[in-house]
Design a protein around this ligand. Structure first.
Ligand SMILES: [Zn+2]
Length: 431
């Protein structure tokens, strides 16, 4: 008894002592799982949630903290995903668009990772000893070394160089590419039966219907690749910080929006409308299943961040015609936090894509950098955790002079540039 109270007394004294100086922050034991879904839109999710067609999304929202997500002024995905990963505005992180014109020849080169000139959340956490796993995140090729593994977005394009040399770097570590190559699905690998799960009626034989049906396969292929790579690596190499990017929802919204809402664009045939009307809704249902798989992997120590980069709102009337591509992106996306130390059932009032990295840092018990443009979404975080781990700040995580570089970094050309450009063109992103 005596011994016990002596211990209690000592603890009380220690508590007083620390609170008199500064709060001591205990190291946080946590895993973070970021699930990035390009172009996810509340206006599409709302009715599907009401109809009970998205049970996993519904669970994440009811048990988690969620809200509208304010995107950037520039609604180009690599720009926004880089702001999500850095907490910084484009003029600081350096990635300003899908592609950059070569000054001499004027050729558009898809933007590449070397153009980013500030630390990403995975660089910061990795330097503090957190193990890292990244799959498919935009603008990560060529793969810079991380404290774990990184499968770049270029792996999806069917490029898996055997040597995966210093110049190629489709994955980090380089040897990883050989271990996951069997999981790569290309559009031509997707059979008609698989794609037909997303349409109404029989697989079209030829003509416009057939062409539009085949376009679906590219969306399916990239997501199936990233999904299966992410699941295998999560199983084989568990990490503390895990992020996966899925692009299919954005693709189907570009391709089948008008079939879903015929009054929103130029006239289409009755056959097209009948066949493709439900593609987007069914794709969301499939994504619900994908999300379920990730949620299943989350143990009691895991906090999940579910985010899009922007929403979708269809083609925009412009005189006698319509603007497609980036004009279809809506500045409001979807954000949700779920799992350990998240305030359940909390609606977030004013969340920005810039707040995601600061909030992850706070959840990891690390200070937020003053040179970041977002702030911690404290209403998403459990009160008890915030009390024991108050938000702290430091000046910067950048190495000295790190973010001071000029705007002159040029993207690196790759053997798949034509394919990347073709895909950007197909979605109306570049001319
Ligand atoms: Zn898009």
């Amino acid at each position: 008894m005596k011994k016990l109270s002596a211990v209690a007394l000592f603890c009380a004294a220690a508590l007083v002592a620390t609170s008199c100086t500064r709060p001591s922050i205990e190291p946080v034991e946590r895993k973070i799982m970021v699930i990035g879904i390009d172009g996810m839109e509340w206006d599409i999710m709302g009715p599907l949630l009401e109809e009970g067609r998205l049970p996993t999304f519904a669970r994440v929202l009811s048990e988690g903290a969620w809200g509208e997500l304010r995107s950037l002024d520039v609604l180009e995905s690599p720009v926004i995903w880089t702001s999500i990963a850095t907490g910084k505005l484009p003029e600081k992180h350096g990635i300003m668009g899908f592609a950059k014109k070569r000054p001499a020849g004027g050729q558009l080169v898809p933007v590449t990772s070397n153009v980013r000139r500030v630390e990403a959340i995975w660089d910061i956490l990795g330097s503090k000893g957190w193990s890292i796993g990244i799959v498919g995140w935009l603008a990560t090729w060529p793969a810079a070394p991380v404290n774990g593994y990184l499968v770049t977005d270029y792996f999806n394009y069917g490029w898996a160089p055997e040597q995966n040399s210093e110049e190629e770097r489709v994955t980090f570590p380089p040897g990883l590419v050989a271990d996951i190559e069997d999981l790569r699905v290309l559009a031509e690998d997707v059979d008609d039966e698989r794609a037909s799960a997303l349409i109404n009626g029989a697989v079209p034989e030829d003509g416009v219907l057939r062409k539009r049906f085949d376009s679906l396969k590219a969306c399916i292929a990239t997501d199936e690749t990233s999904h299966s790579v992410a699941l295998r690596l999560a199983d084989q190499m568990p990490v503390d910080f895990y992020a996966v990017y899925l692009k299919g929802i954005d693709g189907v919204c570009h391709l089948y929006w008008v079939d879903m809402m015929p009054e929103s664009g130029p006239p289409i045939s009755d056959e097209e409308e009948a066949m493709f009307r439900d593609v987007i809704a069914r794709y969301y249902e499939e994504m619900d299943g994908v999300l379920a798989g990730f949620i299943e992997m989350a143990d009691e120590n895991t906090t999940v961040v579910l985010t899009s980069d922007h929403g979708h709102s269809g083609p925009k009337p412009a005189g006698d015609s319509y603007r497609w591509g980036i004009a279809m992106h809506d500045p409001t996306g979807v954000l949700a936090f779920w799992g350990k130390d998240i305030a359940g059932g909390q609606e977030l009032a004013d969340a920005s894509v810039l707040d995601i990295t600061p909030t992850i840092l706070a959840l990891c018990g690390l200070p937020v950098a003053e040179d970041m443009d977002g702030s911690v979404l404290t209403e998403a975080i459990d009160r008890d955790f915030l009390r024991s781990h108050p938000v702290r700040t430091i000046e910067t995580y950048e190495p000295e002079g790190g973010s001071e570089g000029g705007d002159d970094r040029e993207p690196i050309e790759s053997p798949i540039d034509d394919e990347v450009r073709e895909r950007l063109r197909a979605l109306g992103y570049i001319e």
